[in-house]
Design a protein around this ligand. Structure first.
Ligand code: NAG
Ligand code: NAG
Length: 175
């Protein structure tokens, strides 16, 4: 944690007009391809203090904490200046209308506007000059302790809670 903090503090300051590169070296060495890959934990669910892992169902739905997932921990890749996310099976990750459930679909063009903040928080809606939001909404599915993820609160689902997703890599050098 101290090392991360030091790296963040030592990061150069970029003018707003300049693109913001990654602040930390990609441990999985994919920067040469212009992308950076990461896994996620979720904070905010009633399991405090232990963070819960974000994994995936066979069909690419992202799930927090589900005990029987075929992909217990998801791996995702992002262009190094931010943009759309692909999962490890190269499925485009989308905020599915109308609920905005976050899932990765075969053949889908990923929803743009994702980036990882300098503190590791996964932001959505970070495009067109907008800073983006690190707040996600998670609702219990009733399936093996699993929770779905949405970018906005889901109407009619009363057990949803705000959560934050923390990446283990690909932190921004700027904001
Ligand atoms: C992490 O960064 C995001 C986006 O810049 C910010 O909203 C959030 O408050 C930060 N979290 C912490 C713990 O500093
Ligand atoms: C996480 O999953 C475990 C095992 O299925 C379950 O006991 C626990 O209640 C779940 N946590 C949450 C926050 O749902």
């Amino acid at each position: 944690m101290l090392a991360l903090l030091a790296a963040a503090l030592a990061a150069p300051v970029f003018a707003e007009s300049e693109a913001c590169p990654l602040g930390l070296v990609d441990k999985r060495a994919e920067e040469a391809e212009g992308k950076c890959c990461f896994s996620l934990i979720a904070r905010g669910l009633p399991s405090h203090p232990s963070p819960l892992t974000v994994g995936q169902l066979f069909d690419g739905q992202n799930r927090i904490n589900q005990s029987n997932l075929p992909i217990p921990q998801g791996s995702y890749c992002l262009p190094i200046h931010g943009g759309g996310i692909y999962d490890s099976k190269h499925r485009g990750c989308i905020l599915t209308p109308p609920t905005t459930q976050w899932q990765c679909d075969e053949g889908a063009k990923p929803t743009p506007g994702f980036k990882i903040s300098n503190n590791g928080t996964l932001l959505h809606g970070a495009e067109g000059g907008k800073a983006g939001s690190g707040t996600w909404w998670s609702c219990p599915t009733g399936d093996h302790g699993g929770w779905n993820l949405y970018s906005v609160p889901v109407k009619g689902q009363l057990k949803c809670v705000p959560v934050w997703l923390e990446a283990d890599n690909c932190f921004s050098a700027c904001q």
